[in-house]
Design a protein around this ligand. Structure first.
Ligand code: PLP
Length: 444
């Protein structure tokens, strides 16, 4: 029988943890997890933690989901992996077809990779290369939105506007070809201004930028409806409608990065659907496998795919990753899609979301809270505090109460798996409130 402390020290010695200043683990918890089921994570000593952020926004239908488990196990007995260059297999084909159908056939070509950041890289390269192949080599600039986050690799960081992740690497990030468009974040509303008006204001500024750089821009990359990593900044779908129209006018590709917000997270299956539009390139990952295995995909239009169709090898899209289209990951994704098809997930989530919003009302009305907001199965609020270590202290205080919540700066958010029950929602909300009061009450 091992205990938490056995794994803790060995992990600190041997594992370099992501997105972490390792020295801070001297004061803050690193939690060894032994097993998980449904909404609950369990450590080596039997303590349980409600996964309030879906293990970094990936888990949809709970940990250890029997249907996804069964699909992976079945696939394991057939084929664990084969390279996808020169070979194909049923899970990749079926998944590509089903994802295409989910876009009404508008995005009929699936290019697989492993992580979200790889999908961003692929979409950027695909867009520029497609224009090059189509005789427009001058279209090589990109636009991203203030506060954007598209991953940690160098190309993805070039279209990411979060200084903390970029600054140290600025000398090797090439972004002289990237323009930053104003944010449509509804919190930027002037007194009396609506979210729709903020969206229009941001779109007007984008129109000016497109006009100024006419003929030079390959694509704009956007996180539709919710810019998660910057602190759950939400905008009106009107912004996406306007951006789509501008892209059509100025012949610019629209890349929707739905790595975090796809698969029902915002209330519709894909977030862009709420604006009644389709992108030219769609990046998906995270929830695609229900939170089981690393898989990402970029879906593209026929027009982009056809721009690469040629006798000349160099005009093909020669990008690759070793585990591209891994059969186990594709099976997990197919099982996830099956659950969406059979369980009326989006309708059930609407009811679930109504209840969770109600459960979070005491937090929303807390005197130190501003901008309580919700989109589908995402809730966020901003805490008025000067504490530079609010996020870390809150994380520790919530964990102590058995809830995994990990604020981004002063933004506390909830992004639970789609299996949270009403009583669990009430309990989570109460622990979150108590953790807030404790954190604000602590001396700095
Ligand atoms: C919108 C968005 N794009 C890209 C990424 C990067 O995905 P990954 O961490 O799998 O590389 C993330 C991760 O949080 C994300 O939220």
């Amino acid at each position: 029988m091992t205990s938490n402390s056995d794994w803790l020290q060995r992990s600190l010695n041997a594992v370099w943890h992501p997105c972490t200043q390792m020295k801070q683990h001297a004061m803050l918890p690193l939690l060894p997890i032994a097993r998980a089921e449904g909404i609950w994570l369990e450590d080596f000593e039997g303590n349980r933690f409600l996964d309030g952020i879906s293990s970094w926004w990936v888990n949809l239908f709970g940990h250890g989901n029997p249907r996804i488990n069964a699909a992976i196990t079945e696939q394991l007995s057939q084929l664990e992996h084969v390279m996808l260059a020169g070979f194909t297999h049923a899970p990749a084909v079926e998944l590509a077809e089903k994802l295409s159908a989910r876009t009404g056939g508008a995005l009929g070509h699936a290019f697989f990779a492993s992580d979200g950041a790889s999908a961003t890289e692929i979409a950027l390269k695909m867009s520029m290369h497609a224009w090059q192949n189509a005789g427009h080599p001058e279209k090589k600039e990109f636009v991203c939105v203030a506060g954007s986050y598209h991953g940690e690799t160098l190309g993805a960081l070039s279209v990411t506007d979060i200084p903390l992740f970029r600054e140290a690497y600025a000398p090797i990030i090439r972004n002289d070809h990237v323009h930053l468009a104003p944010s449509p974040d509804a919190r930027l509303a002037a007194p009396g201004e609506t979210a729709l008006e903020v969206a229009d204001r941001a779109a007007d500024a984008l129109a000016t930028l497109f006009e100024q750089r006419d003929g030079k821009i390959a694509a704009i990359i956007i996180e539709p409806l919710v810019q998660c990593a910057t602190g759950m900044a939400m905008h009106d779908p009107q912004y996406l409608k306007r951006v789509r129209a501008l892209c059509d006018t100025y012949q610019v590709h629209l890349i929707c990065d739905e790595i975090a917000v796809g698969f029902g997270r915002t209330g519709s299956f894909f977030a862009h659907e709420q604006a009644g539009i389709r992108p030219d390139l769609l990046c998906l990952s995270k929830g695609i496998t229900g939170g089981y295995l690393p898989l990402s995909v970029v879906l593209s239009t026929d027009a982009i795919f056809n721009a690469f169709w040629h006798d000349d090898t160099r005009r093909g899209f020669l990008h690759s990753h070793s585990y591209t289209g891994n059969p186990l990951a594709c099976r997990a994704a197919l099982a996830t899609l099956d659950i969406f098809e059979t369980d009326d997930v989006l309708t059930n989530n609407r009811q679930r979301a109504t209840y969770i919003s109600h459960a979070l009302q005491s937090l929303a009305r807390h005197p130190s809270v501003r901008h309580f907001r919700q989109c589908g199965m995402i809730w966020a609020l901003d805490v008025m505090t000067d504490r530079a270590d609010f996020s870390r202290r809150y994380f520790a205080n919530a964990l102590k109460r058995g809830v995994l919540l990990r604020p981004i700066g002063n933004t506390l958010y909830f992004m639970p798996p789609y299996v949270l029950t009403e009583s669990e929602a009430d309990w989570m909300a109460q622990q979150a409130l108590d953790a807030l009061d404790e954190t604000l009450g602590e001396s700095a």
